[in-house]
Design a protein around this ligand. Structure first.
Ligand code: UDP
Ligand code: MN
Length: 348
């Protein structure tokens, strides 16, 4: 071999080596990237329970027309954003036509849970009938009724795309237990319906009725409702659990708002985490013979203090029928009916 040939062979061999190294490097990187992606999918709770979340991707259909939003004018009598920049939903802060046109093409489905145990079955008919008129009208809705009296569940005519499922639950002679066990049963329901393609879930008190629209403006990752009884008060007056021994404890000077146990919701996996945590803390407290001041509502308040809701609903979303309407309440959408506690609860 002459010198030229040796040089050519060396160059060829070196190039081949270089290409080989380059190939190994690239395929390695590619494997690494796809491994990471797979890992993410397997790891993320949202992928497991809810494959595609619509919440942060709001596509408006072309040519939808609505009132021009103003940047300088709007509600000034109420606060419509939290210090962590979550919207607080009041009448006049959103455009229902726009919101519905965004969510409609996404074909979302919404579950709602309602418990009617013992004499509370009497509230179910009105709840269901008014839900039919105001709760996510035009969307896919699945209402889950939990009761110990399945035969007494009223027949209410529901629109196409809306359905009702009845789950039997044991009765109890303590209302505190009925109310608190909801967390456990909702947790289990979410686990059972993981593959049902449900996007959002709302958990509502049965002793209540709808009076106005409750729709897509309420959708969010984790959604809490401000309790109508305390929203003008200083936080020192909020009826949080105040004994440090309880896992629902909120210290003086802490807490954002007082949220109600009678309505909360969000994406399925968020509500799953909430109910699982509240149930765990409630049961751990019970083992130490401590029951929080307002049972699951106290645990919910503790949870929402640490895990900030991504959307907060104003007291329009759970008023009380016996309360007169305050001036900032332009519409009552959902409210608790007047009831005689002594007559309907199993224990006073
Ligand atoms: N509940 C029930 N049967 C009972 C007590 C409570 O089904 O005997 C359920 C029902 O869904 C009710 C919720 O638990 O709306 C919360 O209880 P309640 O409405 O009495 O609490 P309040 O709103 O008065 O604080
Ligand atoms: Mn209630």
């Amino acid at each position: 071999m002459n010198l030229l040939n040796v040089k050519v062979v060396t160059v060829v061999l070196l190039s081949a080596l270089l290409l080989g190294v380059l190939y190994c490097y690239i395929s390695q990187t590619h494997r690494f990237v796809s491994f990471q992606l797979q890992d993410l999918k397997a790891d993320s709770r949202s992928a497991e329970v809810h494959p595609d979340s619509h919440e942060f991707h709001l596509v408006a259909p072309e040519h939808v027309r609505y009132k021009q939003p103003s940047i300088t004018q709007g509600r000034t009598d109420v606060v419509s954003v939290t210090p962590w920049l979550a919207p607080i939903v009041w009448e006049g802060t959103f455009n229902p036509v726009l919101l519905d046109s965004i969510y409609k093409p996404q074909n979302i489905s919404i579950a709602a849970t309602v418990f009617a145990v013992g004499k509370y079955i009497m509230f179910l008919k009105n709840f269901l009938e008014t839900a039919e008129q105001h709760f996510f009208v035009g969307f896919k809705v699945h209402i889950y009724v939990f009761t110990d009296r399945p035969k007494e569940v009223p027949q209410v005519k529901m629109a196409t795309d809306r359905q009702l499922t009845v789950h039997s639950v044991p009765s109890s002679n303590r209302w505190q237990e009925i109310s608190a066990r909801r967390m456990e049963l909702i947790q289990m329901l979410i686990e059972e319906t993981v593959h049902s393609n449900t996007d959002y879930i709302f958990c509502l008190d049965v002793d209540s009725q709808f009076h106005g629209r409750w729709g897509t403006e309420s959708l969010g990752g984790l959604v809490a409702v401000i309790h109508p009884g305390y929203y003008r008060d200083d936080r020192s007056r909020f009826p949080y659990e105040r004994r440090p021994q309880s896992r629902a404890y909120v210290a003086p000077g802490e807490g954002d708002f007082y949220y109600c146990g009678g309505a909360f919701g969000g994406l399925m996996h968020e509500v799953h985490l909430l109910t699982k945590t509240c149930r765990f803390n409630f049961e751990a407290d019970a083992k130490e013979n401590i029951e929080a001041a307002w049972q699951e509502e106290s645990h919910l308040n503790r949870y929402m203090w640490l895990n900030k809701p991504s959307k907060v609903l104003s007291p329009e979303y759970l008023w009380q029928d016996f309360k007169s309407r305050n001036p900032e309440i332009h519409i009552i959408r959902f409210s608790g009916v007047v009831k005689n506690y002594a007559e309907i609860r199993p224990n006073a």
